[in-house]
Design a protein around this ligand. Structure first.
Ligand SMILES: [Cu+2]
Length: 470
């Protein structure tokens, strides 16, 4: 049993039984109010410094290297270290922040002993900047590469390698890219939360590129970290307007989140939704982003993760607290700000289909699209600047987050039904037997990956290529 699994077992015991030294009343929990609370305090990932004073240009430096990651045991405050990878010595990597319309220039250095790339998940960028190795070379150890990225949409995006992706992301190479919308109202606090499941890190995070594709396949069994912190406390003040940007950076684990007062979602993969979406829970598949607003008032609350398996959706079991939000000082909650929700509409479905993608595979694999395993795939042709209709069907034994590079897509329908609100996405979870119809209008020529974002599935073959040309 690894230390973190032991820690997980301790966490499970914590709620199940009273402490052994409880006295007269066996059922009353004994709280030592004198002992300091060992749970770590939440902090946003440090942001990258803009090295270029010019308006409209953000220039940052990123270096990938091996890294000792420290995890604090929330019960004792003791730290455990394990070796992985990191950008600029931090996991998650630095948050990159720019404004809509800026050009982001990333000077990247590979100090790993393995080749790597950076892919800009959710951004439409020129093909040479997409960080894939279909016809492009990776960044070899010791080499540098400059990524130049025009930022044409506002939203919460992220970056990660796209070579040996399962192993390199698992080892800690990921970070958030925020493109601010100048029309966003100001908020009192912005929280950036990167969720990752860390089952068996001593096994799964070996130094220097050993394979680790058994890790984090099912979030129901993993230990979830929030910005590398297990069970953190999050400090907010009553009466604040808080924008929370959530990313699921796990290889394969899903989260199904809920909290007191309900979920108030304001943005998804590609920026602000057409309106406030409220509900009890929100599911983030691997690669998904969701922005929510919190309007804290008098009382704190826990962010609960409900069991969810990609082999069948909501699962049996008790929810686990990912973090505890503590309100100090309490106050009456603020009113919701007026988000500049875009008046998007779902495009009409023309009824025909340009390309159909059928996802198949048993739980042990292989994972296929149209019966093919990457890289032995048929490359479909899409016209530049013209709409194409894609239909994606999941006939496998697992859910799959469908992800498309280089372009975002309008969801036309799910199982024949239009979406609840106009959805502009780059990652969309397909339930078992689901049929998804989407409309794309490619902005750049090139070869674009179309794949499942459960990384063991993608690395196991569930990836294909579309070519966009004039
Ligand atoms: Cu998949």
């Amino acid at each position: 049993m690894t230390l973190l699994l032991a820690l997980l077992a301790l966490l499970a015991c914590k709620d199940a039984a009273p402490p052994p030294d409880s006295e007269a009343d066996d059922t009353a929990p004994v709280v030592d109010t004198e002992a300091p609370d060992p749970r770590p305090w939440f902090a946003n990932p440090a942001e990258a410094e803009d090295l270029d004073p010019a308006e409209g240009v953000v220039r940052v430096a990123l270096t990938a290297a091996t890294h000792w990651q420290e995890v604090v045991d929330p019960l004792t405050g003791d730290a455990v270290s394990f070796q992985g990878y990191a950008y600029n010595g931090q996991t998650p990597g630095p948050t990159l922040r720019a404004k809509l319309g800026d050009t982001l220039i990333v000077e990247f250095t590979n100090d790993l002993t393995a080749a790597t790339t950076i892919h800009w998940h959710g951004l439409a960028v020129p093909y040479e900047m997409d960080g894939v190795t279909w016809t492009l070379d990776p960044v070899e150890p010791g080499e540098t590469f400059t990524y130049t990225l025009p930022l044409t949409r506002a939203g919460t995006f992220w970056y990660h390698p796209h070579l040996n992706t399962d192993q390199q992301v698992d080892n800690g190479l990921y970070g958030v890219l925020i493109v601010e919308d100048p029309a966003d109202p100001p908020v009192d606090r912005e929280l950036v939360m990167v969720l990752d499941d860390w089952a068996e890190p001593e096994v799964a995070l070996p130094p220097h590129g050993a394979d680790s594709d058994d890790h984090g396949v099912d979030g129901a069994e993993g230990l979830w970290a929030v910005n590398g912190l297990v069970s953190p406390r999050v400090a907010v003040e009553g009466g604040e307007v808080v924008r929370v940007r959530l990313l699921n950076a796990a290889n394969g684990g899903y989260v199904d989140l809920g909290w007191d007062g309900g979920v108030r979602q304001i943005a998804g993969d590609q920026g602000l939704l057409p309106g406030l979406a409220t509900g009890e829970r929100v599911v983030l598949a691997p690669g998904d982003r969701v922005d929510v607003e919190w309007l804290p008032g008098e009382a704190g609350f826990e962010v609960l993760d409900h069991p969810y398996a990609h082999s069948g959706g909501p699962a049996v079991g008790e929810p686990r607290a990912l973090m505890a939000v503590e309100v100090d000082p309490p106050a009456a909650p603020a009113g919701a700000p007026a988000w500049p929700f875009p008046a998007d509409e779902t495009p009409d479905d023309p009824g025909y289909t340009d390309h159909t993608y059928v996802f198949t595979g048993e739980l042990e694999g292989p994972w296929l699209i149209n019966g093919e395993a990457f890289p032995d795939v048929t490359v479909a042709q899409l016209p530049l600047g013209e709409p194409s209709i894609l239909e994606v069907r999941n006939l496998s034994a697992s859910e799959h987050p469908f992800h498309l590079h280089g372009m975002h897509f309008d969801v036309l329908s799910i199982n024949g039904e239009p979406p609840l609100y106009p959805m502009l996405e780059d990652t969309f979870n397909l339930g078992i037997r689901d049929a998804l119809r989407v409309r794309v209008v490619p902005e750049y020529p090139g070869f674009w990956m179309l794949h499942c974002h459960i990384l063991p599935h993608a690395d196991g073959g569930m990836m294909t290529v579309v070519e966009v040309s004039e």
